[in-house]
Design a binder for this molecule. Structure first.
Ligand SMILES: C[S@@+](CC[C@H](N)C(=O)[O-])C[C@H]1O[C@@H](n2cnc3c(N)ncnc32)[C@H](O)[C@@H]1O
Length: 385
């Protein structure tokens, strides 16, 4: 565990909310035979109504929050993405559905960029788990000249473009250890003082089957520990027959399976973010910090395949945004202006391998498109999945 004692203390109201969340989680552990899965812990820590990290009122995004996402960094991201979105809408339907829209920044900038191009969608739907963020999105998008709708669940049928930026990494994951005695699930229990602690049980059911298949595909070293995501592939599988025509654009940090379960990552990829401090203790101030895991893109591709969806491309964010003309968008600004300087700095961070250009990937899946996509005109890495 990383030492977290140097991280700034929360304000008293935030601490009270975190304590209430801890009580709620303790109650579940006690009711659940002294143990809950880490996935359930993560679900409560992030989404428990009113108390979870995404459900509570903390700032979260940007310099004053806990982390910065690509759309919060610069409108250039949305402008480049708009070119890909416009192409897919032309090939399918003029409709967008964004998952986990955060502050609403991406929706606002995407709609502005599409308006400039004369390619406004006929509708823009948002599906957001957090009621608090939904309110924030309503405010951010108040001036938009587009039919906006907030959905409560997956539509029965959809054609157009689905976008999810940094959403799959925020879906709960199970923790697994491949021990000499067998595969175990690392769940959450209480120690003698009532604090959260890890506790292992034999893995079973779907989790065991998935962990066995990972062990078979990747050469795991003894006592290898990592995350296994069941929720994100299940989310994709749920699209199955509902997705009629168009594409899902999934943007997140992660790897193909055997890079994810690489010997160098033998303690997994779980990360927590609190006031821009990144560390690996998920029990630190529950409800006040983000908890996230990298994405196993091979698992997503397999789930999509089983659901009958086609793979349209997989590459790094840097390659995708460059293919979509991010530098043309930058060059459209006045050189030397403040806007240009800010955009140039952001472009470097979005594209460069040392910034977000390599760690973030783009996976595009869908159904019925009959043209190669702009974002993969060079550097497609689908063969790596
Ligand atoms: C890390 S934030 C990213 C926000 C935004 N997309 C951005 O890039 O700034 C994760 C977002 O996903 C939402 N979320 C997580 N799981 C979700 C799900 N199953 N359905 C819809 N939204 C979800 C969270 O509430 C939050 O808005």
């Amino acid at each position: 565990m990383t030492c977290t004692t140097h991280i700034p203390a929360p304000n008293p109201d935030a601490k009270v909310a975190s304590d209430q969340l801890c009580e709620l989680i303790r109650g579940e552990i006690e009711a659940g035979d002294g143990w809950i899965s880490f996935a359930r812990y993560m679900e409560l820590a992030l989404y428990a109504p009113g108390l979870g990290y995404y459900a509570g009122g903390s700032e979260k995004f940007g310099a004053v929050g806990d982390f910065v996402t690509a759309p919060e960094l610069s409108p250039l991201f949305a402008r480049a993405l708009a070119r890909q979105v416009a192409q897919i809408m032309k090939l399918s339907t003029s409709a967008i559905l964004e998952f986990g829209a955060g502050s609403g920044r991406l929706a606002a900038d995407l709609l502005s960029a599409l308006a400039v191009r004369g390619e406004m969608p006929q509708r823009y739907d948002i599906l957001e788990l957090s009621a608090e963020l939904r309110q924030r999105q309503t405010k951010t998008l108040a001036q938009q000249n587009c039919a906006l709708n907030w959905l409560d669940h997956l539509p029965e049928s959809f054609s157009g473009v689905v976008i999810a930026n940094e959403v799959l990494d925020a879906m709960p994951v199970h923790l697994v250890a491949w021990r000499a005695k067998g595969i175990v699930e690392r769940g959450v229990a209480l120690d003698e003082k009532g604090y959260f602690t890890f506790s292992e049980r034999p893995a079973s059911g779907r989790l065991l089957a998935e962990a066995e298949s990972i062990a078979k595909a990747c050469a795991l070293s003894p006592d290898y520990e990592s995350e296994v995501a069941l929720a994100a592939p299940a989310w994709l599988a749920a699209w199955g027959e509902r997705f009629k025509l168009g594409a899902l654009i999934l943007i997140d940090y992660g790897f193909p399976r055997c890079e994810f379960y690489h010997p160098q990552r033998r303690r997994g990829s779980l990360m927590c973010h609190y006031h821009h401090w990144a560390h690996d203790d998920p029990f630190f101030l529950p409800g006040l910090q983000d908890i996230t895991s990298h994405v196993d893109f091979t698992a997503l591709m397999q789930a999509a395949d089983a659901a009958g969806l086609e793979l349209y491309g997989y590459t790094s964010q840097g390659c995708f945004l460059a293919n979509c003309g991010l530098l043309d968008e930058l060059n459209g600004l006045t050189p030397g202006s403040d806007e240009y300087q800010r955009a140039a700095t952001a472009a470097h961070r979005l594209l460069s391998p040392q910034g977000m250009g390599e760690s973030f990937k783009i996976l595009v899946l869908g159904r019925g498109l009959e043209q190669a996509l702009l974002g993969f005109c060079a550097g497609d890495r689908s063969y790596r999945l």
